[in-house]
Design a protein around this ligand. Structure first.
Ligand code: NAI
Length: 336
């Protein structure tokens, strides 16, 4: 149904990743940015990533890296970039005015059959698309960083988005191997960030109140909850942790309410707790007791992963390797 050509607007972190995901799915990609230099750098980075992925056996799709690379071309002319595309994925900086300007430009040059999709993390479709002539064709497709390794895409419609736009976007995401979910209406933070912020908020409170160290807090997720959440969500967890959902509610409803009623107000995310977390102990040595009872004995998190590109990027690379391994495992487990 869809032509096999898409346009990606903005060639930063997310734009590059989308370009790779579309190319892995066999789509021709026109990657647009305002500066030629930015695009050249992006293409070079994509080439490097694809080669490395191919060497390590993690390249997605059925085409080899050279063939996938050949599908991606770069362009600094917006009109030329979107010509022939049936899907446009916008990936410019998270700035409402800038994005509105870009969608207004696109609105003037696109036809009636293209989907105009934004990668925005938190701007509501009603803020981005209201008033556009092609509003029925507009949608948010919010990826998770890094989209190449984490497949979820939240599809969020504007109140006037046509149902066919939602369906086409959903089908396309499936086709390129992503894992789309549909929101029936827009809501602040969409769903992923609402869940994420609920977790961050409670984590912040627990550390702030001295209940647990920052390092151990992270372990609760990475060696506890996160292990199962990579495979089943919180609702299925309820179902399996008792004899079905109703039985879970019967058993735990009062306990859950009791605990939830002790949650405090929204934290400020600043001040003492911020200092405490940014100087948290290393991720690896949490089980070592601290004779002084403080966290200072253990290497600070910012020492473990200094906030400089070299160290942050090394840790990100490690994270991406973990996610790739996890994706493989998930695939293996689901085909069992
Ligand atoms: P980025 O800053 O890495 O890339 C933005 C790109 O847009 C740059 O290449 C820049 O040159 C280009 N650009 C700036 N003005 C432009 C214009 N007028 N026309 C075309 N291109 C223009 O940003 P990043 O991280 O890739 O984010 C892009 C979008 O994706 C944002 O809306 C962000 O909220 C969303 N997003 C980001 C995630 C993340 O973790 N970084 C995760 C999920 C969504």
């Amino acid at each position: 149904m869809e032509s096999s050509q898409v346009a990606v607007i903005g060639s930063g972190l997310i734009g590059r990743s989308w370009a790779m995901v579309f190319a892995a799915g066999g789509f021709k990609v026109k990657l647009y940015d305002i500066a030629q230099q930015q695009l050249t750098g992006a293409l070079e980075n994509i080439r490097k990533q694809m080669k490395e992925l191919e060497e390590s056996g993690f390249l997605k799709g059925s085409l080899n890296a050279e063939k996938q690379l050949a599908l991606i071309s770069i362009c600094t002319d917006l009109k030329a970039a979107v010509e022939g595309a049936t899907f446009i994925q916008e990936c410019t900086p998270e700035n409402l005015e800038l994005k509105k300007k870009i969608f207004a430009q696109l609105d003037l040059i696109v036809g009636d059959n293209v989907v105009l999709s934004s990668s925005t993390s938190c701007l509501l479709p009603s803020k981005l698309f209201t008033g556009l002539k092609h509003v029925k064709q507009c949608i948010v497709s919010h990826p998770v960083n890094p989209p190449y390794f984490v497949p979820l895409v939240e599809i969020v419609p504007h109140p006037e988005t046509d149902p066919s736009t939602i369906e086409r976007t959903y089908a396309l995401m499936k086709k390129i191997g992503q894992s789309p979910v549909k929101l029936n209406r827009e809501i602040e933070g969409f769903v992923l960030n609402r869940l994420q912020y609920a977790v961050i908020s409670e984590a912040w409170r627990l550390v702030g109140e001295g209940v647990i160290s920052p390092t151990d807090l992270d372990l609760v997720m990475s060696d506890g909850l996160g292990m199962r959440y990579a495979f089943i969500g919180p609702l299925e967890t309820m179902h399996l942790n008792a004899e079905g959902i109703s039985n879970y509610c019967e058993r735990y409803r009062e306990g859950m309410k009791l605990v939830l009623n002790t949650f405090g107000p929204v934290p400020e995310f600043s001040g003492e707790t911020e200092q405490k977390i940014s100087q948290a102990p290393s991720l690896q040595h949490s089980s070592q007791p601290s004779p002084s009872g403080s966290t200072s004995l253990i290497q600070a998190m910012s020492e473990k992963i200094p906030v400089v590109p070299k160290h942050l990027n090394a840790r990100r690379e490690w994270r991406d390797e973990c996610l790739t391994g996890l994706a493989k495992l998930k695939k293996q487990m689901s085909s069992n």
